[in-house]
Design a protein around this ligand. Structure first.
Ligand code: PBG
Length: 329
């Protein structure tokens, strides 16, 4: 009785209602985080390598926040484009910096919106690296102090959560300590725990103007060939006090997502990065793919693999199409 013809897998696939009933993974707006690029001045500017993504002036921050609430997304993740860069990335921890101002404006516009800030120096340093450069190398321990300062400054401006993406060792502990000392014990850390040195970040670096001016990020981001190491990274970040851990990129690393979920449970965030987004958009533009279906499938695959929270540039377009309760991709 446990084989064909008694068993027919197609019975539960016959109608849309039946398929909906037995669907395992679902996608809901509340699980999506919408990344936004903010600049101090000027007009809204499209990012050529990411159709549908823009650099927004600060003047739009309040409006964007209200849009995010209307869409029902889980939160926004802010990246700043400063008006000047220097060796030590001082724009990252400037009280009047672009992110600090954006956070204030967004929380004013939508107090209940979860506003998450990217903690990194690469958008703010003249050399484009994620930490302080000494003798041609990114100095881990010297960077920690500046990253902690950045996180405290963002949280003091009202950020609900900070998200370090720099991949320095010990930064979660350094940030936790600094937040606590500043009386910000309630602010969680979403750590980019397993972040690979990936070619799929190309379009982001155009959007954020953060490409390294010499060398690459392989000295601090993970080698794409490694999986066990990702679990070590995640375990370390959890031990240092990370509240949410992240795997990044998404689609090429779903094996890591699955293993991380099985080993550590959640909440687990997955970043569908700029290159993944660009691939889908350009394939759709050329007519090779049904863009809408392919995007939903790619996001659903991340949920199925074990991602609880998905950071995606498609959050706005996808959330607008999903019923608030969660949907059937
Ligand atoms: C900053 C940062 C990067 C991304 C998120 N934060 C770029 C990088 O590490 O080079 C990539 C996001 C994306 O590609 O969508 N460190």
């Amino acid at each position: 009785m446990s084989e064909f013809p008694a068993v027919r897998m197609r019975r539960l696939r016959r109608t849309a209602g039946m398929r909906r009933l037995v669907r395992e993974a679902r996608l809901a707006p509340a699980q999506l985080v919408w990344p936004l690029f903010l600049k101090l001045e000027g007009v809204v500017t499209p990012v050529p390598s990411m159709p549908g993504v823009f650099q927004h002036p600060l003047s739009q921050a309040g409006e964007l926040a209200r849009r995010a609430v209307d869409l029902g997304v889980g939160g926004v993740l802010l990246f700043g484009i400063p008006d000047h860069k220097d060796e030590v990335g001082s724009g990252a921890y400037d009280e009047r910096g672009v992110i600090q101002q954006a956070v204030r404006a967004m929380k004013d516009g939508a107090p209940d919106l979860v506003v998450i800030t990217d903690v990194c120096l690469c958008e703010y340093t003249s050399h484009g690296h994620c930490g302080v450069v000494r003798d041609g190398e990114v100095d881990n321990d010297a960077s920690l102090e500046l990253l902690a300062k950045t996180a405290v400054s963002q949280a003091s401006a009202g950020a609900d959560m900070v998200a370090p993406s720099d991949m320095m060792d010990g930064r979660v502990a350094a940030i936790r300590r600094a937040l606590d000392e500043a009386g910000l014990t309630h602010v969680p850390i979403m750590s980019y725990a397993a972040k690979y040195a990936s070619a799929f970040y190309g379009p982001f670096r155009e959007a954020a103007g953060s490409a390294p001016q010499f060398g690459d990020r392989r000295g601090y981001q993970m080698d794409p060939g490694n999986a066990d190491e990702a679990l070590r990274e995640i375990a370390l970040d959890l031990a240092e006090g990370a509240d949410i851990v992240m795997v990044k990129p998404g689609m090429p690393y779903l094996d890591i997502v699955r293993r991380a979920k099985e080993r550590f449970g959640g909440p687990l965030a997955v970043y569908q990065v700029s290159g993944e987004y660009a691939m889908l958009k350009f394939a759709a533009q050329s007519g090779a793919l049904d863009g809408e279906r392919a995007m939903l499938e790619a996001l659903l695959a991340i949920r199925r693999a074990g991602g609880d929270i998905i950071i995606t540039y498609a959050a706005e377009e996808v959330a607008g199409k999903l019923p608030a309760g969660g949907a059937d991709a």
